[in-house]
Design a protein around this ligand. Structure first.
Ligand code: ADP
Length: 493
């Protein structure tokens, strides 16, 4: 096992990785930017080093600064978390060259998945089904428009280097094609430094279903159940659940084995995720995420496998301690990403100081968070407050527990998307698991969010009850919080 691991990340995922280290008796090193000098993760670590100003390019993305701290502190491993340097093959290579173990796949495997076009081609060769589309970069607009017509509208134009839901555009008709192409090319050039784009058929009414993979250095690769992440805004996930209500045991086996095939095709090592689109009984490869996902928590809750600790074991060269047939699952888990963002203002980030904070708890609840009362959510990074997860013996119990936890959760000072989660969780469509990536629009969720906020405002309870733990009072406190938020919104309008 490692002696000392540097965590090249911030917030909740830095704490998640440190928790795994602490349980394994590994010491931890944090690196933090100026904006994070009072952040929980920096205090949680055994050692913490300031590496630069708030902008990520001068701190969390500065490979040499991060490596320098690792070398000076004698760290023998680096956990990259998600985002930042986690899928950067140059960084993985630099770690390899410095003799420090990058806790993730090899730089070669990351490289192979870095370009969506190259990934498509690798998967086609390996016999993994992909969405119908073109397998090369678009160079000639007229030719591309013709191909799009042959594939059949709607099509989706995607940046080959894209990620995080950025660099994608759905095109419904030929006359929109040229202008959409130019706009995505310029987005791709500015966001990813690479204007290369390609086209895929736009899969109608798709569900996003992904498989967790674990692979050791000896060719043992298993799938650890699936997650459904269909509830998205701007192609980014907001609510995930495991298992997927759309998956039968037979389909799980088929898709899981395909995911293993995809991972093996690139010589994948460590924890990763193979993402698929699923529609009308068919599934298509989307991409491999070469890191621990935000939503790994719900897989841990239903399988009892600690994925972060497995990452450390695998990276040190240990063999997977289980085979495919040993992996079982129990119950149902749901994750709501609690973000400081305003669902009633197109999910605009709402950074600021958290004046009051009371997390949810009780049976079946897991909260992974990097914030606390008095913490300031910085505009420099993502707006996540926490990952609120609920486990139940079945889906209905998981939903009931999540609804109860959302009513317990109190955040004052910043606008949150808690009313959004409440609106989704109480909707008939969610209860009936009628999920697609268009769920929010198809079910008028934003109108429902307005109702949630109004109902809670009407209760008009004072903020004093925030610190009372009785269930009714907690619900009342949540209402008070919402009324404060809506009053604040009115003031700013
Ligand atoms: P990123 O790398 O930016 O996360 P992905 O390729 O993983 O992009 O796609 C993110 C989301 O975009 C998917 O979960 C899905 O909602 C939507 N999407 C991507 N490709 C298609 C497609 N061909 N048809 C329909 N929806 C798509």
């Amino acid at each position: 096992m490692f002696k000392k691991v540097l965590i090249a990340n911030r917030g909740e995922i830095a704490i998640r990785a440190m928790r795994a280290c602490r349980e394994l008796g590994v010491s931890t090193v944090a690196v933090y930017s100026e904006a994070d000098k009072n952040a929980l993760f920096a205090k949680y670590a055994d050692e913490a080093y300031h590496i630069g100003p708030a902008p990520s390019s001068q701190s969390y993305l500065d490979m040499d600064k991060v490596l320098d701290v690792a070398i000076k502190t004698g760290a023998d491993g680096i956990h990259p978390g998600y985002g930042f340097l986690s899928e950067n093959s140059t960084f993985a290579r630099k770690c390899e060259e410095a003799g420090i173990i990058f806790i993730g796949p090899t730089s070669k495997a990351i490289d192979q998945m870095g370009s969506k076009i190259a990934a498509r081609n690798t998967m086609i060769e390996a016999g993994v089904p992909v969405v119908p589309g073109i397998n090369e970069a678009i160079s000639d607009v007229d030719k591309a428009s013709e191909i799009a017509e042959n594939i059949g509208f709607p099509v989706i134009i995607k940046a080959s280097a894209g990620g995080g839901g950025i660099g994608m555009k759905i095109v419904h008709a030929k006359d929109e094609f040229k202008s959409s192409l130019t706009s995505i090319q310029s987005v791709a050039a500015s966001a990813f430094g690479d204007p290369t784009v390609f086209i895929e058929k736009y899969v109608e009414e798709p569900r996003h279903i992904e498989f967790q993979i674990l692979a050791d250095k000896y060719g043992n690769t298993v799938y650890v159940m699936e997650r459904e992440c269909s509830i998205q805004r701007r192609h980014q996930k907001l609510i995930e659940e495991a298992p997927s209500p759309a998956i039968t045991p037979e389909l799980r086996k088929k898709m899981g084995e395909t995911a293993v095939k995809a991972a093996k095709a690139i010589g994948y090592e460590n924890a990763g995720t193979v993402e698929f689109l699923y529609s009308k009984g068919e599934f298509y490869f989307l991409e491999v995420n070469t890191r621990l996902q935000v939503e790994h928590t719900i897989t841990e809750m239903i399988t009892g496998i600690d994925l972060a600790k497995q990452q450390l074991h695998i990276a040190c060269g240990e063999k997977l301690p289980f085979k495919q047939e040993d992996i079982t699952h129990r119950g149902w888990a749901i994750e709501c990403r609690i973000n400081a963002e305003d669902p009633l203002n197109d999910f605009a980030p709402s950074p600021g100081k958290i004046k009051r904070y009371r997390s949810a708890g009780g049976p079946g609840i897991r909260v992974d968070s990097g914030v606390h009362m008095g913490y300031t959510i910085s505009p420099y990074y993502d707006s996540m407050i926490s990952k609120l997860c609920a486990w139940g013996a079945d889906r209905d119990e998981a939903i009931a527990r999540m609804r109860r936890a959302l009513y317990e959760y109190v955040v004052v000072g910043v606008t949150t998307n808690i009313p959004f989660h409440k609106a989704v969780l109480r909707s008939e469509a969610f209860k009936e698991a009628k999920l697609t990536t268009h769920f929010i629009d198809d079910n008028n969720i934003i109108e429902e969010v307005k109702k949630v906020v109004e109902e809670e405002t009407e209760k008009g309870i004072t903020l004093a009850s925030v610190l009372d733990t009785k269930e009714q009072k907690v619900a009342a406190a949540t209402a008070a919080v919402s009324s404060y938020i809506s009053a604040a919104q009115k003031q700013t309008k």
